[in-house]
Ligand binder design. Structure first.
Ligand code: HEM
Ligand code: HEM
Length: 134
């Protein structure tokens, strides 16, 4: 019983890094696939989407995960909000940006702007968390 309790305890704090790693590596798959499409088609019009999928979705999410893995004490409601804001933010930002670049329709602008502000807010929270814990 005691062994079970000890074994079960450390699992919970590590769920957030695992979520970051999974979101990051899945996004990397989409980002590099888009890169290959751009290379094959010689159509680089979605390059800004490719860049930010890879650098926010893959690199930054993975770095968030590594940070939370190294500092489990940082994991709490604020950290969960930080990861959610960042992940939902770049999905919104890059869906909006892809829509804008493909259709040039201004209807995609609010999604791009709101997503960008969510990503920004995610980085603000992250700086706050790092300053408090690291
Ligand atoms: C199979 C993998 C990849 C392929 C085929 C690929 C392909 C491309 C292509 C075709 C461009 C456009 C270049 C241009 O328009 O001048 C580009 C730009 C870029 N890619 Fe990738 N990419 C890949 C992976 C990655 C990864 C993993 C990252 C980041 C972690 C990344 C970051 C960038 C950046 C920052 C640019 C903009 C560079 C610039 O404007 O000079 N790419 N990529
Ligand atoms: C709220 C978040 C962000 C916004 C709104 C944003 C916006 C932009 C804009 C407007 C550009 C210029 C695009 C162009 O000239 O076509 C750009 C380029 C770039 N951004 Fe971001 N960015 C964000 C976050 C990031 C992050 C977190 C990274 C890296 C970790 C990053 C890496 C880059 C790079 C490497 C370029 C140059 C790409 C190129 O030359 O094609 N950005 N970004």
């Amino acid at each position: 019983m005691a062994t079970q309790f000890i074994a079960a305890e450390p699992v919970k704090p590590f769920r957030l890094p695992a979520a970051c790693f999974k979101i990051g590596s899945f996004t990397a798959l989409i980002g590099v696939s888009l890169g290959i499409y751009m290379g094959i088609s010689h159509d680089h019009s979605l390059a800004p989407v490719h860049v930010h999928l890879n650098l926010i979705g893959w690199v930054s999410m993975f770095l968030f995960g590594l940070f939370y893995k190294a500092h489990p004490a940082a994991i709490g409601k604020v950290a969960i909000a930080q990861v959610l804001l960042s992940a939902l933010g770049y999905i919104a930002m890059l869906s909006g940006l892809a829509g804008l670049l493909i259709t040039a329709h201004p209807a995609f602008q609010p999604l791009t702007v709101i997503g960008s502000l969510m990503v920004w807010a995610g980085f603000v929270l992250f700086a706050f968390i790092v300053a408090r814990v690291a």
